[in-house]
Design a protein around this ligand. Structure first.
Ligand code: SF4
Ligand code: SF4
Length: 320
Protein backbone atom coordinates (compact mmCIF):
# COMPACT_ATOMS: atom_id res chain seq x y z
CA UNK A 1 0.00 0.00 0.00
CA UNK A 2 2.81 2.40 0.88
CA UNK A 3 4.59 1.77 -2.44
CA UNK A 4 1.31 2.40 -4.33
CA UNK A 5 0.76 5.64 -2.42
CA UNK A 6 4.32 6.76 -3.12
CA UNK A 7 3.83 6.02 -6.83
CA UNK A 8 0.60 8.06 -6.91
CA UNK A 9 2.22 10.91 -5.02
CA UNK A 10 5.33 11.03 -7.21
CA UNK A 11 3.20 10.90 -10.37
CA UNK A 12 1.05 13.80 -9.20
CA UNK A 13 4.09 15.83 -8.11
CA UNK A 14 5.95 15.29 -11.37
CA UNK A 15 2.87 16.23 -13.41
CA UNK A 16 2.31 19.33 -11.28
CA UNK A 17 5.95 20.35 -11.74
CA UNK A 18 5.69 19.99 -15.51
CA UNK A 19 2.50 22.07 -15.54
CA UNK A 20 4.00 24.69 -13.24
CA UNK A 21 6.77 25.27 -15.77
CA UNK A 22 4.46 25.50 -18.76
CA UNK A 23 3.40 22.04 -19.95
CA UNK A 24 -0.27 22.11 -20.96
CA UNK A 25 -0.69 18.38 -21.62
CA UNK A 26 1.08 15.79 -19.47
CA UNK A 27 0.68 12.01 -19.72
CA UNK A 28 2.53 8.93 -18.50
CA UNK A 29 3.27 5.74 -20.45
CA UNK A 30 4.42 2.54 -18.79
CA UNK A 31 7.43 0.89 -20.39
CA UNK A 32 5.47 -2.15 -21.65
CA UNK A 33 3.64 0.17 -24.07
CA UNK A 34 6.87 0.48 -26.05
CA UNK A 35 6.56 -3.17 -27.05
CA UNK A 36 5.00 -3.54 -30.53
CA UNK A 37 1.25 -2.85 -30.31
CA UNK A 38 -1.68 -3.25 -32.72
CA UNK A 39 -2.62 -2.27 -35.35
CA UNK A 40 0.87 -1.98 -36.94
CA UNK A 41 3.13 -3.59 -34.33
CA UNK A 42 5.92 -1.11 -35.12
CA UNK A 43 9.13 -1.61 -33.19
CA UNK A 44 11.28 1.24 -31.88
CA UNK A 45 14.22 1.58 -34.31
CA UNK A 46 17.64 0.53 -33.02
CA UNK A 47 18.98 2.93 -30.40
CA UNK A 48 15.62 4.63 -29.91
CA UNK A 49 13.81 2.44 -27.40
CA UNK A 50 13.46 4.08 -23.93
CA UNK A 51 15.70 1.36 -22.46
CA UNK A 52 18.47 2.24 -24.92
CA UNK A 53 18.74 5.50 -22.99
CA UNK A 54 17.79 4.40 -19.45
CA UNK A 55 18.40 0.66 -19.03
CA UNK A 56 15.98 0.33 -16.11
CA UNK A 57 13.34 2.66 -17.58
CA UNK A 58 9.84 2.03 -16.23
CA UNK A 59 7.96 5.12 -17.44
CA UNK A 60 7.97 7.79 -20.13
CA UNK A 61 6.41 11.17 -19.40
CA UNK A 62 4.98 12.98 -22.43
CA UNK A 63 4.55 16.76 -22.29
CA UNK A 64 3.06 19.17 -24.82
CA UNK A 65 2.47 22.85 -25.51
CA UNK A 66 0.01 24.12 -28.11
CA UNK A 67 0.82 26.19 -31.16
CA UNK A 68 -1.49 29.19 -30.81
CA UNK A 69 -4.25 29.23 -33.41
CA UNK A 70 -3.39 32.72 -34.67
CA UNK A 71 0.30 31.75 -35.00
CA UNK A 72 -0.68 28.68 -37.00
CA UNK A 73 -3.01 30.59 -39.28
CA UNK A 74 -1.13 33.87 -39.81
CA UNK A 75 1.42 32.85 -42.49
CA UNK A 76 -1.14 31.20 -44.76
CA UNK A 77 -3.74 33.92 -44.20
CA UNK A 78 -1.21 36.68 -44.94
CA UNK A 79 0.02 34.89 -48.06
CA UNK A 80 -2.75 36.48 -50.10
CA UNK A 81 -2.32 39.94 -48.52
CA UNK A 82 0.01 42.76 -49.53
CA UNK A 83 2.62 42.72 -46.82
CA UNK A 84 3.91 46.28 -46.44
CA UNK A 85 7.64 46.92 -46.04
CA UNK A 86 8.62 43.34 -46.96
CA UNK A 87 10.14 42.85 -50.41
CA UNK A 88 8.01 40.44 -52.48
CA UNK A 89 10.90 38.04 -53.06
CA UNK A 90 11.42 37.44 -49.33
CA UNK A 91 7.75 37.42 -48.31
CA UNK A 92 7.41 33.64 -48.20
CA UNK A 93 10.66 33.11 -46.30
CA UNK A 94 9.56 35.88 -43.93
CA UNK A 95 6.20 34.26 -43.27
CA UNK A 96 7.76 30.82 -42.76
CA UNK A 97 10.15 32.39 -40.25
CA UNK A 98 7.21 33.97 -38.45
CA UNK A 99 5.63 30.56 -38.01
CA UNK A 100 8.91 28.79 -37.32
CA UNK A 101 9.52 31.06 -34.34
CA UNK A 102 6.07 31.26 -32.73
CA UNK A 103 5.01 27.77 -33.74
CA UNK A 104 8.23 25.81 -33.33
CA UNK A 105 11.26 27.42 -31.70
CA UNK A 106 9.37 28.76 -28.67
CA UNK A 107 7.77 25.41 -27.82
CA UNK A 108 10.97 23.52 -28.66
CA UNK A 109 13.04 25.43 -26.10
CA UNK A 110 10.32 25.63 -23.46
CA UNK A 111 9.65 21.88 -23.59
CA UNK A 112 13.38 21.18 -23.19
CA UNK A 113 13.44 23.52 -20.19
CA UNK A 114 10.42 21.75 -18.64
CA UNK A 115 12.09 18.38 -19.27
CA UNK A 116 15.18 19.48 -17.36
CA UNK A 117 13.03 20.57 -14.40
CA UNK A 118 11.25 17.21 -14.34
CA UNK A 119 14.45 15.23 -14.95
CA UNK A 120 16.41 16.88 -12.16
CA UNK A 121 13.49 16.39 -9.74
CA UNK A 122 13.42 12.66 -10.56
CA UNK A 123 17.16 12.33 -10.26
CA UNK A 124 17.11 14.01 -6.83
CA UNK A 125 14.56 11.36 -5.81
CA UNK A 126 17.01 8.67 -6.88
CA UNK A 127 15.64 7.86 -10.36
CA UNK A 128 17.70 8.24 -13.53
CA UNK A 129 15.97 10.37 -16.16
CA UNK A 130 16.82 11.19 -19.78
CA UNK A 131 15.77 14.34 -21.63
CA UNK A 132 15.89 15.23 -25.34
CA UNK A 133 15.89 17.99 -27.91
CA UNK A 134 12.34 18.67 -29.06
CA UNK A 135 12.94 18.67 -32.85
CA UNK A 136 14.99 16.32 -35.02
CA UNK A 137 18.74 16.77 -34.96
CA UNK A 138 20.95 18.07 -37.76
CA UNK A 139 24.44 18.07 -36.28
CA UNK A 140 27.14 20.01 -38.12
CA UNK A 141 30.22 17.96 -39.02
CA UNK A 142 33.47 19.45 -37.71
CA UNK A 143 36.35 19.99 -40.15
CA UNK A 144 38.27 18.37 -41.75
CA UNK A 145 35.05 16.71 -43.03
CA UNK A 146 33.09 19.38 -44.89
CA UNK A 147 29.93 20.48 -43.09
CA UNK A 148 26.79 18.81 -44.36
CA UNK A 149 24.07 21.07 -45.63
CA UNK A 150 20.61 20.72 -44.14
CA UNK A 151 19.61 19.12 -47.43
CA UNK A 152 22.36 16.50 -47.10
CA UNK A 153 21.45 15.79 -43.47
CA UNK A 154 18.03 14.71 -44.62
CA UNK A 155 18.88 13.00 -47.84
CA UNK A 156 22.42 11.76 -47.27
CA UNK A 157 25.77 13.16 -48.41
CA UNK A 158 25.70 11.81 -51.98
CA UNK A 159 23.55 9.99 -54.52
CA UNK A 160 25.64 6.82 -54.06
CA UNK A 161 25.23 6.87 -50.29
CA UNK A 162 21.54 7.62 -50.64
CA UNK A 163 20.92 4.70 -52.98
CA UNK A 164 22.76 2.36 -50.60
CA UNK A 165 21.54 3.55 -47.22
CA UNK A 166 18.53 5.82 -47.36
CA UNK A 167 16.48 5.41 -50.52
CA UNK A 168 13.40 6.80 -48.80
CA UNK A 169 15.04 10.01 -47.57
CA UNK A 170 14.02 9.38 -43.99
CA UNK A 171 15.63 10.97 -40.94
CA UNK A 172 14.92 10.44 -37.26
CA UNK A 173 15.02 12.44 -34.08
CA UNK A 174 16.82 10.97 -31.07
CA UNK A 175 13.52 9.64 -29.68
CA UNK A 176 9.99 9.69 -31.08
CA UNK A 177 8.01 12.12 -28.93
CA UNK A 178 4.94 11.41 -31.04
CA UNK A 179 5.04 7.68 -30.29
CA UNK A 180 5.54 8.49 -26.60
CA UNK A 181 2.51 10.82 -26.70
CA UNK A 182 0.17 8.14 -28.06
CA UNK A 183 1.48 5.65 -25.50
CA UNK A 184 0.93 8.18 -22.71
CA UNK A 185 -2.73 8.51 -23.70
CA UNK A 186 -2.49 12.07 -25.01
CA UNK A 187 -3.71 11.36 -28.54
CA UNK A 188 -3.49 9.23 -31.67
CA UNK A 189 -1.74 9.59 -35.01
CA UNK A 190 -3.75 11.13 -37.81
CA UNK A 191 -3.51 10.60 -41.55
CA UNK A 192 -1.02 13.49 -41.55
CA UNK A 193 1.39 11.31 -39.51
CA UNK A 194 1.12 13.96 -36.79
CA UNK A 195 -0.39 13.14 -33.38
CA UNK A 196 -3.84 14.64 -32.81
CA UNK A 197 -5.12 15.40 -29.30
CA UNK A 198 -8.74 16.10 -28.34
CA UNK A 199 -7.66 19.53 -27.05
CA UNK A 200 -5.61 20.90 -29.94
CA UNK A 201 -5.96 18.50 -32.87
CA UNK A 202 -2.52 18.40 -34.54
CA UNK A 203 -1.48 21.86 -33.25
CA UNK A 204 1.01 21.14 -30.48
CA UNK A 205 4.62 20.14 -29.94
CA UNK A 206 5.70 17.24 -27.75
CA UNK A 207 8.74 16.27 -25.75
CA UNK A 208 9.41 13.26 -23.48
CA UNK A 209 11.26 12.32 -20.31
CA UNK A 210 12.33 8.70 -19.79
CA UNK A 211 12.73 7.64 -16.18
CA UNK A 212 13.43 4.69 -13.91
CA UNK A 213 10.56 5.82 -11.67
CA UNK A 214 7.47 3.64 -11.81
CA UNK A 215 4.68 6.18 -12.30
CA UNK A 216 0.93 5.68 -12.72
CA UNK A 217 0.21 5.31 -16.46
CA UNK A 218 -2.64 7.25 -18.05
CA UNK A 219 -5.34 5.38 -19.98
CA UNK A 220 -4.82 5.07 -23.73
CA UNK A 221 -7.15 6.86 -26.14
CA UNK A 222 -10.15 4.63 -26.92
CA UNK A 223 -12.12 6.71 -29.45
CA UNK A 224 -10.68 7.85 -32.82
CA UNK A 225 -9.70 11.51 -33.02
CA UNK A 226 -8.64 11.70 -36.69
CA UNK A 227 -11.73 11.85 -38.93
CA UNK A 228 -10.12 9.38 -41.31
CA UNK A 229 -11.76 8.82 -44.72
CA UNK A 230 -14.54 11.28 -43.85
CA UNK A 231 -11.94 14.03 -44.08
CA UNK A 232 -8.64 13.35 -45.96
CA UNK A 233 -7.93 17.11 -45.97
CA UNK A 234 -4.30 16.78 -44.87
CA UNK A 235 -3.55 14.46 -47.79
CA UNK A 236 -5.32 16.77 -50.25
CA UNK A 237 -3.59 19.88 -48.86
CA UNK A 238 -0.03 18.73 -49.56
CA UNK A 239 1.18 20.33 -52.82
CA UNK A 240 4.28 18.12 -52.73
CA UNK A 241 2.35 14.81 -52.53
CA UNK A 242 4.61 13.98 -49.58
CA UNK A 243 1.88 12.21 -47.58
CA UNK A 244 0.54 8.78 -48.45
CA UNK A 245 -1.21 6.06 -46.47
CA UNK A 246 0.77 2.99 -45.51
CA UNK A 247 -1.50 0.80 -47.64
CA UNK A 248 -1.12 2.96 -50.77
CA UNK A 249 -0.19 0.38 -53.45
CA UNK A 250 1.55 3.06 -55.54
CA UNK A 251 4.05 4.01 -52.84
CA UNK A 252 6.08 1.17 -51.39
CA UNK A 253 8.68 1.42 -48.65
CA UNK A 254 9.54 -0.35 -45.42
CA UNK A 255 6.46 1.14 -43.73
CA UNK A 256 4.05 -0.32 -46.31
CA UNK A 257 1.28 -2.62 -45.10
CA UNK A 258 -1.38 -4.58 -46.94
CA UNK A 259 -4.22 -2.69 -45.30
CA UNK A 260 -4.85 -0.08 -42.63
CA UNK A 261 -7.67 -0.98 -40.25
CA UNK A 262 -9.46 2.38 -39.99
CA UNK A 263 -11.39 1.20 -36.89
CA UNK A 264 -8.29 0.84 -34.74
CA UNK A 265 -6.71 3.61 -32.69
CA UNK A 266 -3.50 4.73 -34.39
CA UNK A 267 -0.84 4.18 -31.74
CA UNK A 268 1.64 4.14 -34.65
CA UNK A 269 1.32 6.26 -37.76
CA UNK A 270 -1.06 5.02 -40.49
CA UNK A 271 0.75 7.21 -43.05
CA UNK A 272 4.11 7.77 -44.69
CA UNK A 273 5.82 11.12 -45.10
CA UNK A 274 8.44 11.51 -47.81
CA UNK A 275 10.68 13.90 -45.91
CA UNK A 276 12.73 15.17 -48.90
CA UNK A 277 9.55 16.11 -50.79
CA UNK A 278 8.29 18.00 -47.75
CA UNK A 279 11.64 19.80 -47.39
CA UNK A 280 11.58 20.73 -51.08
CA UNK A 281 8.41 22.76 -50.56
CA UNK A 282 10.77 25.68 -49.95
CA UNK A 283 12.13 25.40 -53.49
CA UNK A 284 8.72 26.11 -54.95
CA UNK A 285 8.44 29.57 -56.38
CA UNK A 286 5.35 31.58 -57.12
CA UNK A 287 2.42 32.64 -54.99
CA UNK A 288 0.28 30.86 -52.46
CA UNK A 289 -1.51 28.61 -55.00
CA UNK A 290 1.76 26.68 -55.24
CA UNK A 291 3.17 26.93 -51.75
CA UNK A 292 2.88 25.09 -48.47
CA UNK A 293 3.67 27.28 -45.50
CA UNK A 294 5.45 24.69 -43.43
CA UNK A 295 2.53 22.75 -42.03
CA UNK A 296 -0.44 23.28 -44.33
CA UNK A 297 -1.36 19.63 -43.60
CA UNK A 298 -1.73 20.64 -39.93
CA UNK A 299 -3.21 24.04 -40.64
CA UNK A 300 -6.16 22.61 -42.57
CA UNK A 301 -7.09 19.89 -40.04
CA UNK A 302 -10.69 20.41 -38.79
CA UNK A 303 -9.97 18.82 -35.38
CA UNK A 304 -10.95 20.06 -32.80
CA UNK A 305 -12.65 22.78 -34.91
CA UNK A 306 -12.43 24.23 -38.40
CA UNK A 307 -9.61 26.77 -38.75
CA UNK A 308 -10.81 30.38 -38.83
CA UNK A 309 -8.37 31.73 -41.44
CA UNK A 310 -6.82 29.93 -44.38
CA UNK A 311 -5.03 30.87 -47.59
CA UNK A 312 -7.06 30.85 -50.81
CA UNK A 313 -5.24 27.65 -51.74
CA UNK A 314 -6.39 25.87 -48.58
CA UNK A 315 -9.90 27.30 -48.84
CA UNK A 316 -10.13 25.71 -52.28
CA UNK A 317 -8.91 22.39 -50.88
CA UNK A 318 -11.61 22.58 -48.21
CA UNK A 319 -14.45 23.48 -50.54
CA UNK A 320 -16.48 20.42 -51.58
S1 SF4 B 1 4.34 20.45 -44.31
FE1 SF4 B 1 3.50 20.99 -46.34
S2 SF4 B 1 4.83 19.98 -47.84
FE2 SF4 B 1 5.21 19.01 -45.83
S3 SF4 B 1 3.83 17.22 -45.76
FE3 SF4 B 1 2.71 18.95 -44.81
S4 SF4 B 1 1.55 19.92 -46.50
FE4 SF4 B 1 3.12 18.59 -47.42
S1 SF4 C 1 -6.94 16.61 -41.72
FE1 SF4 C 1 -8.56 15.08 -41.44
S2 SF4 C 1 -7.67 13.13 -42.10
FE2 SF4 C 1 -5.98 14.58 -41.75
S3 SF4 C 1 -5.33 14.25 -39.63
FE3 SF4 C 1 -6.86 15.90 -39.59
S4 SF4 C 1 -8.82 14.83 -39.22
FE4 SF4 C 1 -7.33 13.27 -39.88
Amino acid sequence: MTAKLDMDKLTQEVKALARLHGAVLVGVASIDRFDPMPPFHDKAPGGRHPRDYVPNARSVISIAQPVLNAVMEAPAALADTDYAMIAPDIKYAYLEKLYDTGGHAVQDRMLEYISQHVGQRLQMDGFDAMIFPTPGMHPAMDPPAPPLTEHQMWEGPSDTWRRAHNPFGYALGAFSHRHAATRAGLGEFGYSSVVLTPEFGPRQRFNSIITEAELVPDPLITEPICLRDNCLLCLKACPMFALTMRDDPDVKDYRSVESVDRNEIFIDTPAKVHAPSCRHRKDRTGGSPHRCFYGDCIRICPVPSKPARLSQRLQQVMSP
